[in-house]
Write a new protein. Structure first.
Length: 428
């Protein structure tokens, strides 16, 4: 595959005091922002030719960059044989069109770059539909007068009106395709909802969330013995994967791997992946997985929290899980353990700290449940069977009149055992 040579452009508008066009530069250092954009470009399949990073008072309405910079960039493109320009911010359709005409080269922004990576990574039918929907919503305002060649998704003889331009045809085709995609995705969402309802009975669900490439899929594999595809690259996982977690607790526990988040995640993707993110919304507990080896891990945590707030799930119980401790020295690890006392520190790859994480999960589940003592007559075998299937038995004592059990039970089941609550004077 031929790899394009890209020029990366990062502009810091944050110091100008005006409208913030570069949120990442407020939270991320210059080097961290460059590193992340470079990784995105490499993940998309391009090579990095040059990197340009500078400050500017405000975006140029016509070109986004200043006209002085535009001329120097034009010279650089010609001298370095640059084939692609990538901006770290979102640029308007007009700015993109003007830049491409002026520089005679393909120009992409951060959103288009991430959409391209998602298009390469999507494997499931739902994932492919969601990515296509996001791409078309991004493309629609960027259609220009000369038209963009598309397959005749809704065309055919007799479908074009008199005098209809190619641009109008393209726009109509995209609108029809968007409607079709939304309908298909909605149907899949309904099916997913039905599946979720069927598994919600006596199920406790955990969702793995975190910045992209934090090691969520590796943790799922190490935790459950699965073989979910995991690789050291951005957005390795797009589609939700759900596995059972074997842990000595009731109810049964399911753990879901989800798409990784990133700073300035395109709003088109948040909207398109709504059904996939439902796994996060319906979860009982979040495991916020953090790559402790990343120099920007604290900024990454803030980015993840921001996305979780956008999808209205921040506020759920969560455990902060610092991953990849095998990649840092012991002194740094000890200092971070002091700073983040309530967090769990693991290496998913080396399977270090997983038992401690399981204990914390178990503690969270039991904390939400009730501890009660019941006396069950030997004759009530159905109730005894129910308790052993649906509850965690903490202690059993066989008495003359029946079985005395200390159990941990979900609140929704407690009413079923009200008649069996043990009172001390029941046994002489």
């Amino acid at each position: 595959m031929i790899r394009e040579k890209a020029l990366l452009i990062l502009i810091d508008f944050a110091h100008s005091g005006g409208k913030d066009h570069s949120a990442s530069t407020r939270r991320y250092s210059k080097d961290e922002s460059i590193e992340e954009l470079s990784n995105l470009v490499l993940s998309a399949g391009a090579d990095i030719g040059e990197i340009l990073s500078y400050k500017q008072q405000k975006p140029n309405p016509k070109y986004f960059i200043s006209t002085g910079r535009l001329e120097s960039i034009k010279l650089m493109v010609n001298e370095k044989d640059i084939e692609l320009i990538v901006f770290d911010d979102e640029i308007s359709p007009t700015q993109q069109r003007n830049l491409q005409r002026k520089l005679d080269i393909k120009v992409l922004d951060r959103t288009a770059l991430i959409l391209d990576i998602f298009a390469q990574r999507a494997n499931s039918r739902e994932g492919k539909l969601q990515v296509e929907l996001a791409q078309l919503n991004y493309l629609m305002p960027r259609l220009i007068g000369r038209g963009i060649e598309l397959s005749r998704l809704a065309g055919g003889i007799g479908t074009r009106g008199p005098g209809e331009t190619q641009l109008e045809v393209d726009r109509r085709n995209i609108r029809n395709r968007i409607k079709g995609l939304e309908k298909k995705i909605n149907q899949i969402s309904v099916q997913r909802g039905t599946q979720r309802k069927s598994r919600r009975n006596n199920i406790y669900q955990i969702a793995l969330v975190g910045y992209t490439n934090s090691g969520k899929s590796t943790l799922l594999n190490s935790f459950t013995g699965s073989e979910v595809y995991a690789k050291n690259m951005l957005f390795c996982t797009l589609d939700s994967t759900i596995r059972k977690l074997n842990i000595d607790v009731k109810p049964d526990v399911l753990i879901a791997d989800t798409v990784g988040f990133i700073e300035k995640l395109p709003h088109q993707l948040i909207a398109a992946f709504k059904s996939t993110l439902e796994e996060v919304k319906i979860s009982d507990l979040l495991l916020l997985v953090v790559d402790i080896n990343s120099s920007s891990f604290e900024s990454n945590i803030l980015s993840v929290k921001k996305v979780l707030k956008e999808i209205d799930v921040w506020g759920k119980p969560f455990i902060m899980v610092f991953n990849k401790i095998d990649r840092i020295d012991d002194n740094l690890l000890k200092s971070l353990q002091l700073k983040y006392r309530n967090s769990i520190f693991i290496s998913a790859l080396k399977k270090i700290g997983l038992e401690e994480l399981k204990k914390r999960i178990k503690k969270n589940i039991e904390k939400q449940n009730l501890n009660i003592r019941v006396m069950i007559p030997f004759s009530d075998q159905k109730i005894i069977s129910f308790i052993y299937n649906k509850c965690q038995v903490l202690k059993r004592e066989d008495m003359e009149n029946g079985i005395l059990l200390d159990i941990n039970i979900e609140p929704k089941f407690s009413n079923l055992l009200l008649l069996y609550i043990y009172k001390k004077n029941e046994i002489s």
